[in-house]
Design a protein around this ligand. Structure first.
Ligand code: NJP
Length: 244
């Protein structure tokens, strides 16, 4: 029987690429995000090995509903999230900060709490958290996103200790710049501003990060890849980017 992987934020970017990669490796993939139409299109593309489920990780009832309908779960990829704005802290927008904390930190907590019994029960569970280099590298305008990603990273670290002795691995994937819808969302739909982020440099593609997750999930169950930091060759740190 296929092992089941639940991927949050599977309607675009890293989540969609991860769904394709895990399905190709034999997983039954549960695609979860708010934009159900997109998930249905992706599920159709993947075929029998995919199911689409509406999910808003900022809504506890939505998380509970998804978990209640899942008989088993072997892999949980906490990928849903993102950034809003690039304002200095002096001009911080509380709504944007609140959303970033809700989606990245509380979303990861809610999904993990809800699926933990199934993950432990599988006898060989894996929880992946897609955080960011922003969890540990500062940049101007990044305070709200950095705080959220640092929070998500911290929660996964505590969980690693709490699950010691249980058959569940925990892996943090911390990417640098990846060209997805991330910057379009960050800049409120301004595609031109989003495009400028990657001007003159080659960012990672969603598939590059998905390959890290696929590899982690393919390893024997006694091997826990604690953390992967993956950046484009042209990015040495959150602030040092080489542009042609
Ligand atoms: O971005 P994007 P990525 N409930 O915008 C979903 C991190 N990261 O693939 O709900 C459920 O294409 C949203 O789906 P929808 C980043 O912080 C990125 O790059 O339909 N799902 C969509 O599928 C994030 O944690 C970069 O709108 C929710 C997905 O999240 C992860 O990588 C760098 C949701 C976002 O896809 C994937 O982002 C880095 C909710 N409430 C870390 N809210 C980068 N791209 O440069 C959003 O260091 N989603």
């Amino acid at each position: 029987m296929s092992r089941t992987a639940v991927i949050t934020g599977a309607s675009s970017g890293i989540g969609a690429a991860t769904a394709r990669a895990l399905a190709a490796d034999g997983f039954l993939v549960v695609l979860a995000a708010r934009r159900l139409e997109r998930l249905r299109d992706l599920a159709e593309e993947i075929g029998d090995a995919a199911e689409a489920h509406a999910l808003d990780v900022t809504d506890p009832a939505s998380v509970e509903e998804l978990a209640a309908g899942l008989p088993t779960c072997d892999v949980l990829v906490n990928n849903a999230g993102g950034a809003l704005g690039l304002d200095p802290l002096s001009a911080a927008d509380e709504e944007k900060w609140r959303w970033m904390y809700e989606a990245n930190v509380l979303g990861t907590m809610r999904m993990t709490r809800a699926l933990l019994p199934a993950l432990v029960g599988s006898g060989d569970g894996l929880i992946v958290g897609v955080t960011s280099i922003a969890a540990f590298e500062a940049y101007r305008g990044g305070a709200g996103y950095m705080a959220a990603k640092a929070g998500q990273r911290a929660a996964l670290r505590a969980l690693r200790l709490e699950l010691l002795g249980d058959p569940v691995r925990i892996t943090e994937i911390a990417p640098g710049m990846v060209e997805t819808e991330f910057s379009v969302v960050r800049f409120g739909g301004d595609e031109e501003a989003a495009r400028r982020v990657y001007d003159g440099m080659e960012p990672l593609r969603a598939e590059d990060v998905a390959e890290c997750i696929r590899w982690v999930a393919s390893l024997p169950s006694h091997v826990d890849v604690d953390e992967i930091v993956v950046r484009p060759r042209a990015q040495a740190s959150a602030t040092e980017v080489h542009r042609d």
